[in-house]
Design a protein around this ligand. Structure first.
Ligand code: PXP
Length: 242
Protein backbone atom coordinates (compact mmCIF):
# COMPACT_ATOMS: atom_id res chain seq x y z
CA UNK A 1 0.00 0.00 0.00
CA UNK A 2 1.17 3.52 -0.78
CA UNK A 3 -0.11 6.12 1.66
CA UNK A 4 -1.46 9.49 0.49
CA UNK A 5 -0.38 12.43 2.61
CA UNK A 6 -2.48 15.47 1.73
CA UNK A 7 -0.66 18.77 2.05
CA UNK A 8 -3.19 21.41 3.16
CA UNK A 9 -0.90 24.46 3.23
CA UNK A 10 -2.80 26.08 0.37
CA UNK A 11 -6.05 26.07 2.33
CA UNK A 12 -4.24 28.27 4.84
CA UNK A 13 -2.80 30.34 1.97
CA UNK A 14 -6.35 31.26 0.91
CA UNK A 15 -7.32 32.04 4.51
CA UNK A 16 -4.27 34.29 4.90
CA UNK A 17 -5.28 36.27 1.78
CA UNK A 18 -7.83 37.91 4.13
CA UNK A 19 -6.17 37.02 7.43
CA UNK A 20 -9.55 35.76 8.58
CA UNK A 21 -10.84 32.39 9.70
CA UNK A 22 -11.95 30.75 6.46
CA UNK A 23 -11.23 28.38 4.89
CA UNK A 24 -10.05 26.46 7.94
CA UNK A 25 -7.21 24.01 7.21
CA UNK A 26 -8.31 21.89 10.17
CA UNK A 27 -11.73 21.37 8.55
CA UNK A 28 -9.93 20.52 5.30
CA UNK A 29 -7.84 17.94 7.17
CA UNK A 30 -10.95 16.27 8.58
CA UNK A 31 -12.62 16.12 5.14
CA UNK A 32 -9.41 14.73 3.62
CA UNK A 33 -9.23 12.02 6.27
CA UNK A 34 -12.90 11.12 5.87
CA UNK A 35 -12.24 10.62 2.16
CA UNK A 36 -9.22 8.36 2.39
CA UNK A 37 -6.19 10.53 3.14
CA UNK A 38 -3.69 8.44 5.08
CA UNK A 39 -1.96 11.47 6.54
CA UNK A 40 -2.01 15.25 6.73
CA UNK A 41 1.05 17.29 5.85
CA UNK A 42 1.68 20.93 6.74
CA UNK A 43 4.74 23.14 6.46
CA UNK A 44 5.23 25.48 9.40
CA UNK A 45 7.34 28.12 7.67
CA UNK A 46 9.60 30.46 9.59
CA UNK A 47 7.59 33.44 8.23
CA UNK A 48 4.24 31.70 8.99
CA UNK A 49 2.96 32.73 5.57
CA UNK A 50 0.21 30.09 5.57
CA UNK A 51 0.09 27.52 8.38
CA UNK A 52 0.40 29.05 11.86
CA UNK A 53 1.37 27.71 15.28
CA UNK A 54 -2.27 27.41 16.33
CA UNK A 55 -3.08 25.34 13.22
CA UNK A 56 -0.31 22.90 14.10
CA UNK A 57 -1.49 22.63 17.73
CA UNK A 58 -5.08 22.04 16.67
CA UNK A 59 -4.14 19.57 13.94
CA UNK A 60 -2.10 17.59 16.44
CA UNK A 61 -5.27 17.10 18.50
CA UNK A 62 -7.68 16.59 15.58
CA UNK A 63 -5.76 14.51 13.02
CA UNK A 64 -6.62 10.84 13.42
CA UNK A 65 -4.26 9.45 10.77
CA UNK A 66 -0.71 10.80 10.81
CA UNK A 67 0.53 14.35 11.07
CA UNK A 68 3.65 15.07 9.02
CA UNK A 69 5.27 18.41 9.83
CA UNK A 70 7.48 19.86 7.10
CA UNK A 71 10.06 22.14 8.63
CA UNK A 72 13.44 23.79 8.31
CA UNK A 73 16.27 23.21 10.79
CA UNK A 74 15.62 26.62 12.42
CA UNK A 75 15.98 26.30 16.23
CA UNK A 76 12.59 27.88 17.03
CA UNK A 77 10.77 25.56 14.63
CA UNK A 78 12.65 22.51 15.97
CA UNK A 79 11.58 23.52 19.49
CA UNK A 80 7.93 23.71 18.38
CA UNK A 81 8.18 20.29 16.68
CA UNK A 82 9.64 18.70 19.82
CA UNK A 83 6.72 20.14 21.84
CA UNK A 84 3.92 19.34 19.37
CA UNK A 85 5.29 15.88 18.51
CA UNK A 86 3.96 15.25 15.01
CA UNK A 87 4.04 11.60 13.93
CA UNK A 88 6.70 12.50 11.39
CA UNK A 89 8.88 15.51 10.63
CA UNK A 90 10.17 16.16 7.13
CA UNK A 91 13.18 18.44 6.98
CA UNK A 92 13.12 20.71 3.94
CA UNK A 93 15.31 23.61 2.78
CA UNK A 94 13.59 26.95 3.20
CA UNK A 95 14.22 30.36 1.66
CA UNK A 96 12.00 33.32 2.51
CA UNK A 97 11.80 34.49 -1.11
CA UNK A 98 10.79 31.15 -2.59
CA UNK A 99 7.23 30.51 -3.76
CA UNK A 100 7.44 26.86 -2.75
CA UNK A 101 10.20 24.45 -1.73
CA UNK A 102 12.57 24.61 -4.68
CA UNK A 103 14.58 21.42 -4.36
CA UNK A 104 15.97 18.87 -1.95
CA UNK A 105 18.04 19.53 1.14
CA UNK A 106 21.81 19.62 0.68
CA UNK A 107 22.47 17.09 3.43
CA UNK A 108 26.20 17.07 2.66
CA UNK A 109 26.66 20.82 3.10
CA UNK A 110 24.52 20.96 6.26
CA UNK A 111 25.29 17.53 7.71
CA UNK A 112 26.28 18.71 11.19
CA UNK A 113 23.09 20.70 11.79
CA UNK A 114 20.85 18.09 10.13
CA UNK A 115 22.31 15.31 12.26
CA UNK A 116 21.74 17.42 15.39
CA UNK A 117 18.10 18.05 14.45
CA UNK A 118 17.45 14.40 13.52
CA UNK A 119 18.84 13.42 16.96
CA UNK A 120 16.74 16.05 18.83
CA UNK A 121 13.60 14.91 17.00
CA UNK A 122 14.35 11.25 17.63
CA UNK A 123 14.80 11.94 21.35
CA UNK A 124 11.39 13.63 21.29
CA UNK A 125 9.94 10.43 19.76
CA UNK A 126 9.55 11.86 16.24
CA UNK A 127 10.53 9.90 13.15
CA UNK A 128 12.40 12.09 10.65
CA UNK A 129 12.35 12.14 6.89
CA UNK A 130 14.77 14.20 4.80
CA UNK A 131 13.48 15.79 1.59
CA UNK A 132 16.31 15.20 -0.88
CA UNK A 133 17.17 14.86 -4.54
CA UNK A 134 17.23 11.16 -5.50
CA UNK A 135 21.00 11.02 -5.96
CA UNK A 136 23.61 8.74 -4.41
CA UNK A 137 25.60 11.22 -2.36
CA UNK A 138 22.51 12.78 -0.77
CA UNK A 139 21.03 9.35 -0.04
CA UNK A 140 24.21 8.22 1.70
CA UNK A 141 24.45 11.51 3.61
CA UNK A 142 20.81 11.11 4.74
CA UNK A 143 21.60 7.67 6.12
CA UNK A 144 24.74 8.99 7.84
CA UNK A 145 22.65 11.78 9.41
CA UNK A 146 20.50 9.12 11.08
CA UNK A 147 17.34 9.58 9.03
CA UNK A 148 14.94 6.67 8.85
CA UNK A 149 13.11 7.97 5.81
CA UNK A 150 13.82 10.09 2.76
CA UNK A 151 11.29 11.92 0.63
CA UNK A 152 12.48 12.18 -2.95
CA UNK A 153 11.89 15.48 -4.69
CA UNK A 154 9.74 14.66 -7.71
CA UNK A 155 9.66 18.26 -8.98
CA UNK A 156 12.08 17.63 -11.83
CA UNK A 157 10.02 14.65 -13.03
CA UNK A 158 6.81 16.68 -12.73
CA UNK A 159 8.33 19.68 -14.50
CA UNK A 160 9.99 17.78 -17.37
CA UNK A 161 8.80 19.29 -20.63
CA UNK A 162 9.54 16.43 -23.01
CA UNK A 163 8.79 12.69 -22.84
CA UNK A 164 12.49 12.00 -23.00
CA UNK A 165 13.28 14.29 -20.07
CA UNK A 166 10.42 12.79 -18.05
CA UNK A 167 11.71 9.26 -18.64
CA UNK A 168 15.22 10.38 -17.66
CA UNK A 169 13.93 11.85 -14.39
CA UNK A 170 11.91 8.70 -13.74
CA UNK A 171 15.05 6.58 -14.21
CA UNK A 172 16.86 8.76 -11.65
CA UNK A 173 13.99 8.29 -9.18
CA UNK A 174 13.82 4.51 -9.74
CA UNK A 175 17.59 4.08 -9.27
CA UNK A 176 17.54 6.39 -6.24
CA UNK A 177 14.76 4.38 -4.61
CA UNK A 178 16.67 1.12 -5.13
CA UNK A 179 19.82 2.59 -3.62
CA UNK A 180 17.93 4.12 -0.67
CA UNK A 181 16.31 0.81 0.17
CA UNK A 182 19.63 -1.04 -0.11
CA UNK A 183 21.03 1.57 2.27
CA UNK A 184 18.26 0.76 4.75
CA UNK A 185 16.17 3.89 4.20
CA UNK A 186 12.42 3.96 3.65
CA UNK A 187 11.28 6.06 0.69
CA UNK A 188 8.53 8.69 0.29
CA UNK A 189 8.11 11.06 -2.65
CA UNK A 190 6.46 14.35 -3.43
CA UNK A 191 6.35 17.76 -5.07
CA UNK A 192 4.53 18.66 -8.26
CA UNK A 193 2.58 15.40 -8.40
CA UNK A 194 -0.80 15.73 -10.06
CA UNK A 195 -3.66 13.84 -11.73
CA UNK A 196 -1.57 13.28 -14.88
CA UNK A 197 1.82 12.20 -13.57
CA UNK A 198 1.18 10.19 -10.38
CA UNK A 199 0.05 6.95 -12.06
CA UNK A 200 3.17 6.59 -14.19
CA UNK A 201 5.44 7.39 -11.24
CA UNK A 202 3.90 4.62 -9.13
CA UNK A 203 4.02 2.13 -12.00
CA UNK A 204 7.79 2.63 -12.31
CA UNK A 205 8.90 3.40 -8.77
CA UNK A 206 8.18 0.46 -6.53
CA UNK A 207 8.47 0.37 -2.77
CA UNK A 208 7.34 3.94 -2.09
CA UNK A 209 5.65 4.26 1.29
CA UNK A 210 3.97 7.64 0.95
CA UNK A 211 3.26 10.38 -1.57
CA UNK A 212 2.79 13.92 -0.31
CA UNK A 213 0.56 15.92 -2.62
CA UNK A 214 -0.80 19.43 -2.11
CA UNK A 215 -1.15 21.93 -4.93
CA UNK A 216 -2.97 19.72 -7.43
CA UNK A 217 -5.46 18.43 -4.84
CA UNK A 218 -6.32 21.88 -3.48
CA UNK A 219 -6.56 23.27 -7.06
CA UNK A 220 -8.99 20.54 -8.02
CA UNK A 221 -10.99 21.02 -4.83
CA UNK A 222 -11.51 24.70 -5.70
CA UNK A 223 -12.88 23.87 -9.14
CA UNK A 224 -14.96 20.84 -8.21
CA UNK A 225 -16.48 22.82 -5.33
CA UNK A 226 -17.31 25.86 -7.51
CA UNK A 227 -20.73 24.67 -8.74
CA UNK A 228 -22.07 24.00 -5.23
CA UNK A 229 -20.64 27.24 -3.88
CA UNK A 230 -22.19 29.43 -6.57
CA UNK A 231 -25.60 27.72 -6.59
CA UNK A 232 -25.80 27.94 -2.77
CA UNK A 233 -25.19 31.71 -2.85
CA UNK A 234 -27.67 32.10 -5.70
CA UNK A 235 -30.29 30.26 -3.63
CA UNK A 236 -29.73 32.62 -0.67
CA UNK A 237 -30.17 35.67 -2.91
CA UNK A 238 -33.29 34.31 -4.62
CA UNK A 239 -34.84 33.20 -1.33
CA UNK A 240 -34.25 36.65 0.17
CA UNK A 241 -35.82 38.66 -2.62
CA UNK A 242 -38.74 36.40 -3.57
N1 PXP B 1 6.69 17.38 -0.22
C1 PXP B 1 7.42 18.44 0.23
C2 PXP B 1 8.66 18.16 1.02
C3 PXP B 1 7.01 19.76 -0.03
O1 PXP B 1 7.75 20.79 0.43
C4 PXP B 1 5.81 19.97 -0.73
C5 PXP B 1 5.31 21.37 -0.94
O2 PXP B 1 5.00 21.96 0.27
C6 PXP B 1 5.08 18.85 -1.16
C7 PXP B 1 5.56 17.57 -0.92
C8 PXP B 1 3.80 18.99 -1.92
O3 PXP B 1 4.07 19.56 -3.16
P1 PXP B 1 2.89 20.01 -4.12
O4 PXP B 1 2.15 21.10 -3.40
O5 PXP B 1 3.58 20.47 -5.35
O6 PXP B 1 2.02 18.81 -4.33
Amino acid sequence: MVRLGVNIDHVATIRQARKGIEPDPVAAAVIAELNGADGITVHLREDRRHIGDRDVDTLRRVVRTRLNLEMSVNAEIVGIACKVKPDQATLVPERREEITTEGGLDVIAHRVRIKEVVTDLREAGIITSLFIEPVGEQIRAARDAGAVLVEFHTGRYAGADTDEARQRELDVLVRGAELARRTGLRVNAGHGLNYDNTFELLKRMTGIEELNIGHSIISRAVLTGMAEAVSRMKTIIETAVN
